[in-house]
Ligand binder design. Structure first.
Ligand SMILES: Nc1ncnc2c1ncn2[C@@H]1O[C@H](COP(=O)(O)OP(=O)(O)OP(=O)(O)O)[C@@H](O)[C@H]1O
Length: 335
């Protein structure tokens, strides 16, 4: 992180755990799914970060915990110096207004029985904007900002009358209505046609820069993050295993898991289409009973017996500002 950003932390996750109880017959607790299991990070004002990892590694649970939709099992989130768990009443409303949420499925995120004018009015009404003209002006501004410029045509439409890309623009407009200082975008383009994905990602990045927003992208797709994030956090089995500025992480991945994720990205060069890739076999572990030691060790081609299967790796800093939780960086294991 840039030195000047260090004094300007907007959000901090402190040893965050979000576990879900697993019950048999509805009452007998038989274990916990450790969806987020000891996560620490800081996000500066105005930076764009991406949380990347395979399906089921806890990305959405992390996003929903940051949004206050899941209560952490332990640890906490601090936003603008205030612990989220202590916020009640108006302070909590204020927090919810400060963090905009862009969901994966825009159609599911928009109430089907409300036209665009009404669904954009509701958050303003809830947050005390009583004057109809003020609301209308604000709604028109955000629709222009998300490039839905035929505002008069869009306002009376219901979600099913819009294309997927237009629906996602409305979701982004709704997330911007209350002047948030942060946006959390959970797989914002994965359900859209390939033709509109880049447009929506560019839109989010431009809005983030123009408004100096903190933007947290949640994605399983490492191939797109170079253009949309300043820093990347790689998650595996409920934990962050590597974090670095985007170029460093993509050009010189340090953790074997990140290396395998990058190796798995489809190569656009047709000549290489049949080339074998160094992708470790196997599935991510069960979050009910994660493996002892490094959680990646059962799939890791470089695992050190007696170490990786025994002890949890701490973060090492193999390059300045580049952190990787892997025993291979330990002096004792370097050949
Ligand atoms: N409400 C819940 N109750 C019980 N288990 C849950 C709940 N929400 C998520 N999980 C479990 O937590 C783990 C992490 O899920 P999560 O959706 O956070 O992962 P993800 O990385 O976002 O994956 P995806 O990209 O598939 O959504 C999974 O094993 C999931 O089944």
């Amino acid at each position: 992180m840039e030195a000047e950003q260090q004094n300007d932390i907007l959000l901090k996750a402190n040893n965050l755990h979000t576990w879900f109880d697993l019950r048999q017959w509805g009452f007998l607790r038989i274990g916990s799914v450790r969806a987020v299991d000891g996560v620490d990070f800081e996000l500066a004002r105005g930076e764009a970060v991406a949380f990347v990892g395979e399906s089921g590694c806890g990305k959405s649970t992390l996003a929903r915990t940051l949004l206050g939709l899941h209560r952490p099992t332990s640890g906490d989130v601090t936003f603008d110096g205030q612990e989220l768990s202590t916020l009640k009443g108006e302070a909590r409303q204020q927090y919810l207004a400060s963090v905009g949420y862009v969901q994966q499925d825009p159609f599911g995120a928009l109430p089907p029985f409300m036209d665009v004018r009404r669904l954009l009015s509701e958050p303003l009404i809830i947050h005390g904007v009583k004057d109809r003209d003020t609301r209308e002006k604000r709604i028109r501004q955000v629709l222009e900002e998300v490039r839905l410029t035929q505002v008069d045509e869009i306002l009376p439409k219901f979600p099913h009358m819009l294309s997927g890309g237009q629906q996602q623009r409305v979701v982004i407009a709704r997330a911007l209505l209350l002047e948030p200082s942060m946006l959390i975008a959970d797989e914002p383009v994965s359900m859209l046609d390939a033709s509109v994905r880049v447009e929506i990602l560019n839109l989010l990045r431009n809005i983030q820069k123009q408004r100096s927003l903190t933007l947290a992208f949640i994605t399983h797709d490492l191939s797109t993050v170079r253009h949309y994030a300043d820093r990347i956090f790689v998650m595996y089995a409920g934990r962050i295993v590597e974090q670095a500025p985007v170029e460093k992480l993509l050009d010189s991945p340090q953790h074997p898991y990140t290396q395998s994720l990058l190796a798995a990205i489809a190569d656009v060069d047709a000549d290489n289409a049949l080339e074998e890739r160094d992708v470790p076999s196997g599935e991510p572990p069960s979050l009910l009973k994660p493996p002892q030691g490094c959680r990646f060790h059962p799939r890791c081609p470089k695992a050190i017996a007696g170490t990786c299967d025994v002890k949890d790796p701490p973060f090492f800093e193999p390059q300045t500002g580049h952190f990787s939780a892997c025993w291979l960086h330990d002096e004792a294991h370097r050949g």
